[in-house]
Design a protein. Structure first.
Length: 85
């Protein structure tokens, strides 16, 4: 009887460990995506869209091939600086 209880406890321990690792990986991913979107000039909350299937592919396309807002602002500032000179 105790062998069976030990097996159940082992399975619970493994399950809790896997769940904890999944939560840590998810939190890490949310923070990483949030910071990436903020650094390129988008709202950080858009990082949450990376967890939505198909939408995450669209967001990757936007990050890879569209001009980032921070670069648009940089180009505008350089253009103003050149026109003022």
């Amino acid at each position: 009887m105790s062998n069976s209880a030990g097996s159940v406890n082992l399975l619970w321990g493994i399950g809790i460990t896997v769940l904890l690792l999944w939560v840590v990986a998810t939190v890490f991913s949310v923070i990483a995506y949030w910071r990436i979107f903020v650094r390129v000039g988008y709202a950080g909350v858009l990082g949450l869209l990376m967890f939505v299937p198909v939408v995450n592919l669209v967001m990757l396309y936007i990050l890879a091939f569209h001009e980032w807002p921070i670069y648009k602002e940089l180009h505008e500032l350089r253009h103003k600086e050149r026109s003022n000179s």
